[in-house]
Design a protein around this ligand. Structure first.
Ligand code: SAH
Length: 248
């Protein structure tokens, strides 16, 4: 099955862009995924092909019109009826690796890219659209956000990464950052690779990696650490309850 991406954008020429190169580019050439950029302006109804208008209530910038966006979304739904529609916006729910995994396991995705001040809010009431943010930063448009989201999905598609790297050990897969990596030379500017990684003792290496993943997550991302510890404690207490149930 091919993962089909439809991109609703004012700049279709930005796609596949960087996704036409390297891992994603090879997968695209091999037919493991496909991309259809759709020009939002094609759904404008006036002779000037207007897609935006001034913000109600005043203020700087322009707002993408709900009627034009709805026509573009409806077109994409006819084209890919089963793909979820995601709108890129800093007001959306922050994207997670778990959501990326779900998307990559599905038929594909339709991504709506904003520009200017963003979307007329009524589009989110009138259409089934998931609002997604790629982080607490403001981009000039949704296109780089769409490229980022697609890149994360594509590398998870079957056969895109080598069999050896299933992605299961990466950062966020178990709610932790990944442990740090090293490679030759063993000594660089007086700094050596941690001894344990050169010991050949696989159990010791695994223990070191787990400990570093936990320590680094706790220090660098207290938000992730808190969630990880919460989930761990909860599943441990769930296990205790289950044991009790069995005993009674
Ligand atoms: N006025 C908006 C920002 C608009 S930026 C606000 O303050 O919320 C223009 C477009 O860039 C947005 O419509 C969105 O599609 C995209 N964009 C900007 N930052 C983003 C982010 N963090 N995540 C996803 N999309 C983003």
């Amino acid at each position: 099955m091919t993962f089909a991406a439809t991109i609703l954008t004012l700049y279709p020429e930005m796609f596949p862009g960087p996704l036409g190169v390297s891992l994603a580019g090879r997968a695209l050439a091999d037919g493991k995924w496909s991309i259809t950029p759709v020009q939002i302006r094609d759904f404008a109804t006036d002779k000037h092909r207007t897609v935006d208008d001034t913000p109600a209530g005043g203020g700087a910038g322009m707002v993408l019109k709900a009627d034009v966006l709805a026509s573009a979304i409806d077109h994409a739904r006819r084209h890919s009826p089963d793909a979820p529609v995601l709108a890129m916006t800093p007001r959306g729910k922050p994207i997670t690796q778990a959501r990326v995994r779900e998307l990559a396991a599905g038929p594909g995705v339709t991504i709506l890219c904003g520009r200017f001040e963003g979307f007329d809010e009524r589009i989110f009431e009138g259409r089934d659209v998931e609002e997604v943010s790629v982080g607490d930063i403001v981009l000039s448009g949704g296109e780089p956000a769409a490229l980022m989201l697609l890149d994360a999905c594509i590398r998870l598609l079957p056969g895109v990464m080598g069999a050896a790297s299933s992605g299961a050990e990466e950062s966020f897969e178990d709610g932790l950052l990944e442990y740090p990596h090293y490679t030759r030379p063993v000594e660089w500017e007086g700094r050596t690779i941690p001894e344990v990684l050169r010991s050949g003792d696989h159990a010791k290496i695994a223990a070191w990696r787990k400990q570093r993943a936990e320590e680094d997550t706790r220090l660098r991302r207290p938000d992730l650490w808190e969630r990880h510890v919460g989930a761990r404690d909860q599943s441990a207490s769930g296990a205790r309850h289950r044991t009790k149930d069995l005993g009674s």
